[in-house]
Design a protein around this ligand. Structure first.
Ligand code: ADP
Ligand code: MG
Length: 670
């Protein structure tokens, strides 16, 4: 008998060749096949009359074939089979592509079930390549994500064979199943593929979604409590008020609250692992500076990391100007220094003469040995996942960790991406920050837009134009930064100082362009989304975003946050020839959290954060947005269980423990 761990090749019906195809889809064991869930189901007991079918949605129609099946050879390798079917009230045409075997088994005069999308015209509805089944079929049937020679029907057959296998012990402990009304693994596996009824399918789904989110969250909580148990530098004196008094502005209520939350962590004797979420412009840097101040005044050193050199330099300048009068010693370590300069700075850090070192993430990999490192601040780290953080945490001594993210992530998602961190939110903007006027226009407005840009430049301001592409040939009809730059420099903006910035440029060159823009030497910067992250050019007051429909909502919001950072009334123009609700969301809202929520709803978590950038494991069945209720109950269940058995050492929890280990070792490998 096969078991969950049996190599897929040895499952009945597979063999060497199919095994290869299955393995290329990540299905390498019988267990993985059983976890290959249907993408949809056909309910053959629910049929719809042809005349009442909605357009372009999957429907099931019961109809009789009323014509012969014609065969048309379109070109070599392409044969169409065509016939008409009648459901007693209306007719529809059915077309099959190259499905000789299927066509040969259909008979004029017999009745079948047709599952697929109905299209065609009002006069003649049609279905192409539907699933066709004998009417004797009943109940709910799975549809699998087919690909190439691997059809849904074949996967179905293999799964039927696999269902005889021995299942592993249930990863959800019985007590948890009981208190949450969940079915067991056997029932769930059977019914997610071949549901006995709609209720059984719901029960199976509920359990599997719960399982996925439960394993994930239990693992995150263990990671979190493991870190909490570690001790960190003890801060004895809360001197954050002194810091506030040195500033030229007064901190917002939210900034003060978040500083307080962090200081409390750092005074507790345990290690701080905290995320600060705050929209662009909410003033995260000042919060980080306050904590660096407190750390240093208590006799420790701090490290401040940014994703790019330019941001590191910006933070360095901010820290110097905020802390300059306090006698605190800040230094900047970047890749552009000579080896000798670097060594000198490192030596100072090791000797304990430097209080704060600012640098890029390379600070972590660089062999900087601190004398008494108390705090590490990481800016804009939303591209780091749980796994990376786990890896970083393993490095050297145990400083407090503060992560700052400008991507407002909806709470549900934050629970998973940052589930190993405590979260503080800055939900207030500094006073006097003006709203950025936002407009949505189509491309017929270009002349007016160019004039508007010139007006801004004439007033001494700078502007951005953001394009979705680097080079033209990638896709048609879309503005590319490089070509647009050429076009504008030689045309409308001849005589102006233009700059070009995109991700394919070498890092050094990018930094150089950004610096020129910062120094006011460039009036108009044509760019791709590389400017998205954190750069502060207060004099830039206008942003034009071309092909705005191509960007995610959160991304548009981030981009827009590059303007409105100074004292000038700022403006953002979204150019798009498509009417869309989405752009209206941006136009009407300035609240990043609200926008993020809409975005997540529209696109799902994968797209929301950009592919593979989020460090989230691939969820097979759970949908963080749709299943947010289950996410919560599974989180509570995880917490309850860990209260009783923090290290999952009881025998009834050992299956859960191994599932968590397997999941996290896979995530860390990725
Ligand atoms: P972000 O959260 O996007 O990183 P920054 O820390 O760069 O935001 O702050 C944006 C701007 O707001 C900076 O110029 C900063 O000096 C200013 N700022 C921060 N806090 C305050 C405040 N409480 N009052 C007025 N200006 C502030
Ligand atoms: Mg910032």
């Amino acid at each position: 008998m096969t078991s969950f761990n049996t190599d897929i090749q040895f499952l009945k019906g597979v063999g060497e060749k199919r095994a290869e195809i299955l393995k290329s889809k990540g299905i390498d064991t019988v267990g993985a096949l059983l976890r290959f869930y249907p993408r949809d189901y056909i309910d053959y007991s629910k049929t719809t009359p042809i005349s009442e079918c909605p357009f372009d949605q999957n429907v099931c129609i019961r109809a009789r074939i009323v014509t012969d099946i014609s065969e048309e050879r379109k070109r070599p390798g392409m044969v169409l089979y065509r016939f008409t079917a009648d459901d007693g009230q209306s007719l529809m045409e059915v077309v099959l592509f190259n499905q000789k075997f299927l066509a040969s088994r259909l008979h004029r005069g017999s009745e079948y079930l047709f599952y697929g999308k109905l299209g065609g015209s009002f006069i003649m509805r049609s279905m192409s390549s539907p699933e066709i089944t004998e009417t004797g079929y009943n109940g709910i049937h799975p549809i699998y994500r087919a690909s190439g020679s691997l059809t849904s029907k074949m996967i179905e057959r293999l799964i039927r064979n696999a269902l005889d296998s021995e299942l592993p012990p249930d990863p959800i402990p019985e007590s948890v199943r009981e208190s949450n009304g969940l079915c067991d693994l056997r029932f769930a596996t059977q019914n997610i593929h071949f549901p006995r009824s709609e209720e059984s399918l719901e029960r199976a789904k509920k359990r599997l979604v719960f399982e996925e989110l439960f394993i994930l969250q239990t693992g995150l909580l263990m990671l979190k409590s493991g870190r909490r148990a570690q001790s960190g530098a003890i801060i004895k004196r809360d001197c954050s008020e002194e810091f506030g008094n040195m500033l030229s502005f007064s901190l917002t209520g939210a900034q003060c609250r978040v500083i307080g939350e962090c200081v409390k962590d750092m005074m507790s004797g345990r290690l701080m692992n905290r995320l600060i979420q705050g929209d662009v412009g909410s003033g995260k840097t000042a919060v980080a500076a306050a904590l660096c101040y407190v750390t240093v005044k208590n006799g420790f050193q701090a490290a401040f990391m940014a994703p790019t050199e330019i941001l590191a330099e910006q933070h360095f300048n901010t820290l110097c100007s905020m802390l300059g009068r306090s006698g605190i010693n800040v230094s900047l370590l970047t890749g552009s220094l000579t080896k000798k300069q670097k060594n000198e700075i490192k030596a100072q850090a090791t000797a304990g003469n430097t209080d704060i070192i600012v640098g890029t993430h390379a600070l972590l990999t660089d062999d900087v040995a601190f004398d008494r490192l108390g705090l590490v601040v990481t800016d804009e780290q939303h591209r780091f996942g749980v796994a990376q953080r786990a890896r970083l945490a393993g490095k050297g001594n145990n400083p407090h960790t503060l992560v700052m993210s400008a991507t407002p992530i909806p709470r549900t998602l934050a629970l998973i991406i940052y589930g190993d961190l405590d979260i503080s939110i800055i939900d207030e903007y500094p006073k006097g920050r003006r709203n950025i006027e936002t407009y949505v226009v189509n491309s017929s407005y270009h002349t007016r837009i160019y004039n508007y840009i010139k007006k801004f430049i004439a007033a001494g301001r700078q502007a951005y134009i953001v394009c979705p592409l680097v080079e033209e040939n990638e896709e048609l009809n879309m503005k590319s930064a490089a070509d647009y730059y050429e076009e504008l420099s030689a045309g409308v903006f001849k005589g102006y100082s233009l700059g070009l910035l995109h991700g394919k440029m070498p890092a050094k060159q990018k930094e150089a362009v950004m610096r020129e823009f910062k120094d006011g030497k460039i009036d108009l910067l044509i760019s791709t989304t590389v400017i998205e992250v954190g750069v502060d050019v207060p004099n830039a007051a206008l942003m034009v975003i071309e092909n705005a429909e191509r960007f995610g909502l959160s991304q548009l919001h981030q981009l827009r946050g590059r303007v409105g950072r100074g004292e000038y009334q700022s403006c953002c123009i979204l150019v798009s020839d498509y009417k869309s609700e989405r752009l209206e969301v941006i136009r009407k809202n300035n609240d990043g959290f609200k926008i993020a929520d809409e975005d997540l709803k529209l696109r799902g978590p994968g797209d929301f954060l950009g592919s593979r950038q989020h460090g989230l494991p691939d969820l097979k069945i759970a949908d963080i947005y749709a299943d947010s209720q289950v996410l919560r109950t599974a989180g509570i269940a995880a917490e309850t269980l860990l209260n009783e058995d923090p290290s999952l050492s009881l025998p009834e929890n050992s299956a859960l423990k191994s599932s968590i280990d397997a999941l996290y070792s896979k995530m860390i490998q990725n």
